[in-house]
Write a protein that binds this ligand. Structure first.
Ligand SMILES: [Zn+2]
Length: 372
């Protein structure tokens, strides 16, 4: 049995290599708060430039790498570049800082975390303080962390001292937690949602180049800003590109960990492959192409259903430009919007492979309409 397992493992096509992993780590460790993504976009563009013919960046920072820029028929592969964060909202007279969300930041995980406050003078360190367990005793009900009671302490005792450090209302705040590999099986870090997506679409560009693939259409590799506050970057860039097809990648919940209800959230696991979505915004003929591509290339996949919207940039592309055939390939992820988001190495390889294989199966000028 053990021998058989080894054989199977040897057969697994490995996509991510040492150089690409080094890029992924650098890209993840660089903060990329929603609305302030440009440093991350520079790192991403530097990596992808050898694999594309042309690129541009729009007014809000969405980065687009293009293969065959002259082609009339345009296919998009897309991920989002932004990272959830906090904004400085109120500085008290004794030098503590209250925050508001920038994206879906989680108040429950804030207490006791170390943060980076981004100022014009560079990073200023601070911590989310929390009353000691000793001081909370007394038979009363425990107070849970909420947006109204979490606060930052940057070691100052007055508002003036805080301001002298360069901190003002509107500064963005990110966590300092960095990338790691867990048990040689999982990548762990902040905002793998969805910078893992930016990494995966960049890897698709690398594979196309390294395998000498000449696509018959224009490929637009899009790393969009501002997804976490309502798919805004995708909305803007969809109008600019006017694509014929869009394949979006984002993360979805691994529902196998405690306190998640599979009846509500579905049954999805890290390690079992990319997740293909069913939703009104997903164009069924394009979705079939994804599924057939997975089956032909022996890529494992899982299925997920979404009521109304997918909540991803898929919706923004689908409902732009009179309707763009769009589909979603999701990466299963544990502990979304915490600083210890986890994704399985095999799933990352397989999402890259699935996007790549799907591109090879799209015909130039392909008409995806249901009735012709
Ligand atoms: Zn998110």
């Amino acid at each position: 049995m053990a021998k058989k397992k080894t054989e199977v493992e040897q057969q697994k096509p490995v996509v991510v290599n040492e150089a690409s992993l080094a890029f992924f780590e650098k890209y993840i460790n660089n903060p990329s708060p929603t609305g302030f993504e440009w440093k991350g976009q520079e790192i991403w563009l530097d990596y992808i430039k050898p694999y594309i013919d042309d690129h541009y960046v729009d007014n809000y920072g969405t980065a687009v790498g293009i293969i065959n820029p002259e082609a009339e028929y345009k296919v998009v592969i897309e991920a989002h570049a932004d990272e959830i964060s906090w904004f400085v909202n109120y500085i008290t007279s004794d030098g503590l800082i209250y925050v508001i969300r920038n994206g879906g930041s989680d108040h429950q995980i804030a207490p006791s975390k170390r943060v980076d406050i981004h100022t014009d003078n560079g990073i200023v360190k601070a911590v989310f303080g929390w009353p000691a367990i000793h001081t909370r005793l007394g038979g009363e009900k425990e107070e849970a962390p909420t947006l109204k009671n979490i606060f930052l302490d940057c070691g100052c005792t007055s508002k003036e001292e805080v301001e002298a450090l360069g901190i003002h209302v509107g500064c963005v705040i990110t966590y300092e937690d960095e990338f790691m590999v867990l048990n040689n099986r999982y990548y762990v870090g902040r905002a793998l949602d969805n910078r893992a997506g930016g990494f995966m679409i960049a890897e698709v560009a690398r594979l196309l180049k390294e395998n000498n693939i000449k696509l018959p259409f224009g490929l637009y590799i899009v790393n969009a800003v501002q997804e976490e506050i309502g798919l805004r970057g995708a909305e803007m860039i969809a109008h600019r590109i006017k694509p014929n097809v869009a394949i979006v990648t984002d993360v979805t919940h691994d529902t196998g960990t405690p306190m998640i209800n599979k009846i509500v959230q579905g049954d999805l696991s890290c390690g079992k492959g990319p997740v293909i979505s069913y939703a009104p915004a997903v164009q069924n003929n394009l979705n079939k192409l994804l599924i057939e591509s997975a089956q032909k290339a022996n890529i494992p996949f899982q299925r997920q259903a979404s009521s109304r919207s997918t909540g991803t940039d898929t919706d923004a592309f689908a409902y732009s430009n009179d309707g763009v055939p769009s589909a979603l390939i999701s990466l299963p992820l544990r502990y979304m919007h915490t600083t210890v988001e986890m994704i399985h190495k095999d799933d990352v390889d397989n999402v890259i492979r699935l996007i790549y294989e799907s591109l090879l199966n799209i015909q130039n000028g392909q008409d995806f309409r249901y009735i012709k």
